[in-house]
Ligand binder design. Structure first.
Ligand code: PGA
Length: 258
């Protein structure tokens, strides 16, 4: 079933102590104001830094609505890659999702389409779900090439999957010009791209598969604009950066679904 998701991408923020405190604070906020949807309908995902994964899993154990994600993984399962983290390592913490292809990783760490396809494969091989990010820079949108670019990103790194594997993937559309800038895509801009992505999926895997795919919006989602964005027909929730670091704001975002 297509689930709604409110996911917090903490990026390179929070020490271990700050991270566990943040989770505790968010859970306390949600106890006071519980989500209207149950776990069958809506999930809350925290993507803290690697060092916090295991503690995050332990702190949220027993709460079936909360899942933990890593922010990245290596393409290989093990080996001489000093400083890197593999999917089996992530899995051993109890995390169930991996963010793949965030625009910061594409831009600062030169992650190619081919590399991202490998990361998707190794994540699925170990039974974890990729949260696959796509989205255009401002200059691409200004040239009206954003649809073509997003199509290329999705086709190159996801469309080699068979239907069964693809059903485990969550997509996050994150226009680069909206990330960390305070400029959000308008609800209409988000809906337009999400509908386009769903159509691409329908053409490749069929309409039922497209209807089952969760497509998140990311880019300056906050406690004020989340409900309008999430109300769009094809926007199934958000991948939230800055506002996910504020316990009160993130709890409001979790409660922004209709
Ligand atoms: P932002 O980041 O909410 O701070 O814009 C979103 C993201 O990069 O996932």
């Amino acid at each position: 079933m297509r689930k709604k998701i409110a996911a917090g991408n903490w990026k390179m923020n929070t020490t271990l102590q700050e991270g566990t405190q943040l989770i505790t604070d968010i859970l306390t906020n949600l106890e006071a104001d519980p989500p209207r949807q149950d776990a069958g309908e809506m999930l809350i995902i925290f993507a803290p830094p690697f060092i916090t994964l295991k503690d995050a899993v332990e702190l949220t154990r027993g709460n079936g609505q909360v899942k933990i994600a890593a922010q990245n993984c290596h393409t290989e399962e093990k080996g001489a890659f000093t400083g890197e983290i593999s999917v089996p390592m992530i899995k051993s913490t109890g995390a169930e999702y991996v963010i793949i292809g965030h625009s910061e990783r594409r831009a600062y760490f030169n992650e190619s389409y081919e590399m991202l396809a490998k990361k998707v494969d190794v994540t699925l091989k170990h039974g974890l779900s990729p949260i696959f990010c796509c989205g255009e820079k401002l200059e691409i949108r200004e040239k009206n090439e954003h649809f073509n670019l997003v199509k290329e990103q999705i086709e190159s790194s996801l469309f080699h999957l068979d239907a069964e594997a693809f059903s485990k993937v969550v997509i996050a559309y994150e226009p680069v010009w909206a990330i960390g800038t305070g400029v959000t895509a308008s609800p209409e801009q988000a809906q337009e791209m999400h509908a386009f992505i769903r159509k691409l999926i329908a053409e490749k895997y069929g309409m039922p598969a497209a209807e089952e795919t969760t497509i998140l919006y990311g880019g300056s989602v906050n406690a004020k604009n989340a409900s309008e964005l999430f109300a769009q027909k094809d926007v199934d929730g958000g991948l939230v950066g800055g506002a996910s670091l504020k316990a009160g704001d993130f709890a409001v975002i979790v409660n922004s679904f209709q």
